[in-house]
Design a protein around this ligand. Structure first.
Ligand code: DQA
Length: 140
């Protein structure tokens, strides 16, 4: 069975109530149930943290044994050299995802420290970005 780790960064625990015009009305927990039902033959694990170091710890933990990581690092995308280095330090492919189309938003969201270290990026498809990333990993 393939094992895929989903990691959500800061403020993504508030999906469903946080800026619904940008991120929608669904909680990640509700979406995660839907997502798991689409991939009954995949072990999909979910982790969320508002703390940069805990995201790095999780990347180290799964980064040599899993089949892929789906990472939405939230605002750390635009600031974190440490998360980018963690992605480079592990062997498991990481897909960067964003719910919103960051390129349609403020200028500071146009740059990602992570993209260069990631296998690929999926941006702007709402929560379906996660499903697209899982599909991509399953094709590796
Ligand atoms: C986000 C985009 C980031 O710019 C923002 O800081 C987030 C969410 C997205 O999924 O669209 O927290 O990663």
């Amino acid at each position: 069975m393939k094992r895929i780790q989903i990691i959500n960064g800061p403020n993504l625990n508030l999906l469903g109530t946080r800026e619904p015009a940008v991120y929608g009305n669904l909680t990640f927990e509700a979406y995660y149930i839907e997502l798991k039902s689409k991939f009954p033959d995949v072990e999909l694990d979910y982790f969320q943290s508002n703390t940069e170091g805990f995201i790095i710890d999780k990347l180290h933990e799964v980064g040599f044994t899993y089949d892929g990581v789906v990472l939405n690092a939230g605002a750390y995308t635009h600031t974190s050299i440490a998360i980018a280095d963690a992605i480079r330090a592990i062997t498991v492919p990481v897909i960067e995802v964003h719910i919103s189309n960051v390129f349609k938003r403020e200028e500071f969201r146009h740059h990602s420290y992570l993209s260069e270290a990631c296998k690929g990026c999926i941006v702007g498809f709402g929560l379906d970005s996660y499903r697209l990333a899982v599909d991509a990993i399953l094709k590796f």
